[in-house]
Design a protein around this ligand. Structure first.
Ligand code: CMC
Length: 382
């Protein structure tokens, strides 16, 4: 019964190329491999700005002045801690829980603790306040969620810390060094937002029913988890470790391609000439490797990148260099996707608010391709 997708005019599998809404939050220029948040190049934000400045820009639609940023950071710092009940729920989960299950559950449990829980889902100011709490608490939930799974004591966030500092402090139990913070902060900035990707779209679909912001965040995190999306950074690192040496990279890749394997951290629906964020993160990760005297991952990356580009015309996406960059920073692999999520909640929130402020229910059409007009046979006669 099922026919090839091409038999349906106006149908694009995976909604490729289908405009699904209008946004002023970010612009992807596929031909130029560029990404701008509200008109600003992400590289400038990553190099000269900060994740906090980026979150302000996404939520408040303008870059902050120095005093506005200081106030915003203070507000985020004051909102970092989470109610003890959240930790009790996380502690009741199996220690083997996937770190994304921990994070998704944490946000779900957090919702009714928000002081604006009873506010109307269309209350713009309440949604901004909720968004700030969500952004503030995400690094705490990832950091202390990790500690709970590891059976470690919880750490109270330092309100002076940024998101990058807070996460690193909670993950290690130590004050992070400035160079590590800078790399982490840049990666959070690059991960903060990316148009109508699958998880942001899921978030927008959810709030378009006038459900609440937290439900949108939970939908986003649930969708981000898969290896074709946010989960790719963890899979990419496992792949690099499996390859093991630069010498093994070419035979490994040729074998994988011959067996029609997807190479994790490569390819992108929107960027066919390369993901601009990967250029920046490659430079950062390779420099980090040289600094640490561990260049093996950069060398494996060089081999994979060259063969993939020459033979498949496919380039690395942001998840590829970020994976070995995080590995060089000593971050456990199972935290890579939660880190992506902890950055992306700023983008989810901005999109949810944009959707709600100009809402129309998202409800596309399905093409029915099944039986029709069958005669119902009573169960006893089947
Ligand atoms: N390895 C090998 N072949 C690939 C890859 C890859 N990573 N990506 C695309 N291709 C091939 C694919 O096999 C197909 O070939 P053919 O036409 O011969 O069947 C062609 O390129 C088109 O691929 P597609 O999967 O139809 O393209 P898409 O736009 O639907 O998928 C993608 C985009 C990201 C899902 C895909 O490139 C992929 O699976 N990549 C690996 C997973 C990954 O790194 N995901 C992270 C995406 S970026 C960060 C984020 O937003 O989360």
């Amino acid at each position: 019964m099922s026919g090839p997708a091409t038999q349906y005019p106006n149908y694009s599998p995976g909604l490729e190329g289908v405009p699904a809404g209008i946004t002023s939050i970010s612009k992807i220029d596929s031909d130029r491999s560029s990404l701008q948040y509200r008109g600003y190049d992400v590289h400038d934000l990553a190099e000269f700005g900060s994740y906090e400045e980026t979150a302000y820009l996404l939520l408040h639609k303008k870059l902050p002045t120095a005093s506005e940023l200081a106030e915003f950071k203070q507000l985020l710092g004051s909102e970092r801690d989470v109610p003890a009940e959240i930790y009790s729920v996380l502690a009741a989960m199996p220690k083997t829980a996937d770190s994304m299950d921990t994070l998704r559950t944490a946000f779900s449990v957090l919702a009714p603790f928000d002081p604006d829980y009873k506010a109307s889902p269309t209350d713009h100011d309440a949604n901004i306040r909720k968004a700030i709490r969500i952004v503030a608490k995400a690094s705490t939930l990832v950091g202390n969620g990790h500690r709970i799974r590891q059976g470690l004591n919880l750490i109270t966030p330092n309100p002076e810390h940024t998101a990058a500092e807070n996460f690193l402090h909670l993950m290690t139990g130590q004050e992070p060094d400035p160079a590590t913070v800078k790399t982490m902060d840049a990666s959070l900035t690059l991960y903060a937002e990316h148009g109508f990707n699958a998880s942001t779209f899921a978030c927008r679909v959810t709030v378009s029913t006038l459900s609440d912001l937290y439900s949108g965040i939970v939908a986003g995190i649930s969708t981000l988890r898969g290896p074709l999306h946010g989960g790719a950074n963890e899979e990419a690192m496992r792949m690099i470790l499996e390859i093991g040496t630069p010498e093994n990279a070419e035979p490994w890749l040729r074998d994988a391609l011959a067996n029609k394997k997807k190479i994790m951290g490569f390819g992108h629906r929107e960027y066919k000439k390369g993901d601009s964020r990967s250029f920046y993160m490659s430079k950062v990760a390779k420099e980090l490797g040289v600094k640490k005297g561990i260049t093996i991952y950069g060398e494996i990356a060089d081999v994979l990148e060259k063969i993939m580009a020459d033979e498949k015309g496919i380039y690395p996406n942001v998840d590829f260099p970020t994976a070995y960059g995080y590995y060089l920073l000593g971050i456990p692999i199972e935290l890579y996707t939660p880190i992506f999520a902890m950055a992306r909640v700023a983008g989810y929130s901005a999109h949810a608010i944009e959707q709600i402020d100009g809402n129309r229910l998202i409800r596309p059409k399905a093409i029915y391709d099944g039986d029709t007009n069958l005669t119902y046979v009573p169960i006893a006669d089947r």
